[in-house]
Design a binder for this molecule. Structure first.
Ligand SMILES: Cc1cc2nc3c(=O)[nH]c(=O)nc-3n(C[C@H](O)[C@H](O)[C@H](O)COP(=O)(O)OP(=O)(O)OC[C@H]3O[C@@H](n4cnc5c(N)ncnc54)[C@H](O)[C@@H]3O)c2cc1C
Length: 133
């Protein structure tokens, strides 16, 4: 796994996020970060089980509003820090894995159903964290 930022720089990013959003939705706790080392991509599951994950975030943020998502991206841009969107973590190809570290934006709190068409029409507009509709 290739890191793009030094630990001191990442501490600054975490501080900037906490200042912008409040500390409650941000975590750098190792046991929390461990939850984002694999989705259902089997090589990632295998590597994590072997204790050598192919990806691990440095910071996890779980926004509750679109405005918070925008603020996270703005902070990351200012600090040139990678951002990876985590929907439900159910992808089979590892797309949500933070292979360069940085920030994982866990979108599961954004789970509103914004619009549903007719009962027999499967199309609708959902927030990215909505699962199992
Ligand atoms: C057992 C099983 C069966 C499946 N069967 C099917 C099937 O029959 N047909 C099918 O099409 N798929 C199938 N899938 C795949 C499934 O549909 C994907 O897991 C799902 O699309 C991923 O959604 P997610 O929210 O979990 O995204 P994640 O896995 O969290 O992320 C997927 C990608 O989307 C990006 N992403 C997530 N949210 C956003 C966002 N808001 N903005 C920008 N990028 C974002 C992530 O960074 C990542 O690159 C199956 C998966 C499993 C595990």
């Amino acid at each position: 796994m290739t890191r793009t930022a030094a630990p001191a720089a990442l501490a600054e990013v975490a501080e900037a996020l906490a200042a912008a959003l409040g500390a409650g939705i941000i975590s750098t706790a190792p046991d929390r970060l461990d939850a984002y080392v694999a989705d259902t991509y089997w090589p990632a599951l295998h590597a994590a089980a072997a204790g050598a994950p192919i990806a691990r975030p440095d910071i996890v943020v779980r926004p509750e509003t679109e405005e918070q998502v925008a603020e996270i991206v703005a902070v990351a841009d200012r600090h040139r820090t990678p951002v990876t969107a985590w929907g439900g973590g159910s992808g089979t190809q590892g797309g949500c894995l933070p292979t360069r570290g940085g920030i994982v934006v866990d979108l599961r709190a954004l789970d509103a159903v914004l619009a549903v068409k007719a009962a027999l029409d499967p199309n609708g507009i959902l927030n990215p964290g909505k699962m199992g509709l």
